[in-house]
Design a binder for this molecule. Structure first.
Ligand code: ATP
Ligand code: MG
Ligand code: ZN
Ligand code: MG
Length: 469
């Protein structure tokens, strides 16, 4: 990619979240991730070009030096900070505007700085062999927090019974963020129990909100639609997927129901989420993640007997296990963390120059990672302890907000593969790659907001449950 010869016609709208907008290249397997700003104060938030580049570089550094070592080299692609010609960015912004969903148009793309992150396009995976006519599929899951707080600081009993995602649903519905309740519960997805994972993914399919997307050939084919007819959408999705799971050239004819197709999809997703290449290769016994705070969520609509059907675990190196371990760095809960944040604030008021040494706003380097990893386990009253916990909390927040991308490339009959790369040898075969994206550092300044939001969500949930009884 030659940065001085950028042409907006080579790029197309790919997707966006709350913070950034992503465009993908037509030929090369690359994306550009540009930041967004609230539309009403786009002019004032307008940083100097230098500040903007620093901000983008901070994101890349955090991915590369903090999240990548914690989550695993094979899962994280940190990308690189690039400076684009302003003319290109302005043209691009005009070009993508009509593709953007209305609900996201409260923010505008940054067209002032020209800064962006360039990343591999993770929805694409090269075909398994030449002549394969079925394009790659990609499933994106934003799993959210997979455990219940186990900290003694969590003051309300309900926080130990009902997970944050399920409580937050009530709040989001009341605030008009979504029109329908999602029945997905992250604790089921992270359980490692295939039956519970099956149900969790089924609920994601039924009500994707912003937690589930499917791409075919890099193009979004399934995601949230507020007013849509769900059953029709699922049938259309099944039509897309049928050639992958029931190719008509075999024994199986073309009359499988949508249900059978979606069932196969869910099985493949489960296999990819639980796969753990390293232990598979070395033949070491699979290690188990401690089950602290990982029982089940009382709001999850699962059958009791499915929960009793125990003996489940997450293989230690699988993507879910890696994410969960990072999430669990939040071991004090926001209620235990907030007083430590105040300790840091007070200290900084007295010694403002210490802000740099303590790396409150970065730089996100090896030293920062050391602070995260080597934080004392007991509070000795020190500023180092407080800062270590704040850093850990921010890393956990990032892990609670990331997405998993599972890219699948179908393999024709008779292709021989390395066994560890193959999902379910007897079934339709795929090579796959699993990655983790959206690993931005969460701002230190947002901690008071998180503290308030937590109590709002819990109180709202308690009230809405009470009024139903
Ligand atoms: P959120 O609101 O979830 O925090 P965000 O604004 O931080 O989102 P991302 O999640 O990083 O933005 O990107 C938005 C969307 O763009 C993703 O959900 C994903 O579908 C797509 N995307 C991002 N990075 C890539 C990539 N490297 N390859 C392919 N698609 C990508
Ligand atoms: Mg995202
Ligand atoms: Zn739940
Ligand atoms: Mg994000």
């Amino acid at each position: 990619m030659e940065l001085d010869k950028m042409d907006e016609n080579d790029w197309k709208y790919h997707g966006e979240g709350n913070k950034s907008l992503v465009v993908s290249h037509g030929q090369h397997s690359r994306v550009l991730r540009l930041l967004k700003y609230p539309a009403e104060n786009a002019e004032n938030t307008h940083q100097t070009a230098e500040q903007a580049f620093r901000h983008i570089q901070n994101i890349v550094d955090f991915n590369k030096n903090v999240m990548k070592p914690l989550l695993g080299e094979k899962y994280v692609h940190h990308g690189e900070a690039v400076k684009l010609p302003l003319d290109f960015v302005r043209q691009l912004s005009l070009k993508v505007q009509q593709e953007r969903p209305e609900s996201r148009c409260d923010k505008v793309m940054d067209t002032f700085s020209g800064c962006a992150v360039c990343l591999p396009n993770l929805t694409q995976i090269s075909a398994c062999h030449i002549g394969e006519h079925r394009p790659p599929l990609c499933i994106e899951i934003k799993p959210k927090c997979g455990f219940l707080p186990f900290s003694r600081h969590a003051s309300k009993e309900v926080k130990r019974k009902v997970c944050r995602f399920c409580m937050h649903q009530h709040f989001k519905l009341a605030n008009g963020k979504w029109k329908r309740m999602s029945r997905y519960c992250p604790l089921d997805l992270f359980s490692g129990n295939k039956q519970r994972m099956y149900v969790a993914i089924k609920h994601l399919l039924e009500e994707p909100q912003n937690n589930f997307k499917i791409f075919k050939n890099g193009v979004l084919i399934y995601s949230c639609k507020d007013d849509a007819d769900r059953q029709q959408d699922l049938n259309e999705l099944a039509q897309h997927l049928k050639p992958y799971f029931f190719p008509t050239n075999g024994l199986i004819n073309g009359h499988q129901s949508s249900k059978a197709v979606l069932n196969e999809l869910i099985q493949v997703i489960i296999s990819a989420l639980l796969s753990s290449w390293d232990s598979g290769r070395t033949g070491e016994p699979r290690k188990v993640l401690p089950s602290e705070g990982r029982a089940h969520c009382e709001a999850s609509p699962l059958h009791r007997d499915m929960l009793r059907n125990g003996n489940h675990y997450l293989p230690k190196d699988c993507v879910l296990s890696k994410i969960l371990q990072a999430q669990m760095l939040d071991n004090l809960d926001i209620e235990g963390l907030y007083p430590l944040y105040k300790r840091v604030e007070q200290y900084l008021e007295e010694f403002p120059k210490e802000r740099n040494r303590l790396q409150i706003d970065g730089p996100y380097n090896e030293n920062f990672l050391e602070k995260v990893k080597n934080c004392p386990s007991e509070d000795d009253g020190s500023i180092e302890y407080a800062v270590g916990k704040v850093h850990q909390y921010r890393v956990a927040m990032t892990a609670k907000d990331c997405s998993v991308m599972i890219a699948l490339a179908p393999c024709g009959e008779g292709e021989l593969l390395e066994p560890s790369l193959e999902i379910q040898p007897s079934k339709p075969r795929f090579t796959y790659s699993v990655s983790i994206l959206d690993l931005d550092p969460k701002p230190y300044e947002s901690i008071p907001h998180q503290y308030k939001l937590d109590s709002k969500i819990v109180n709202y949930y308690l009230r809405s449950i009470q009024s139903k009884q």
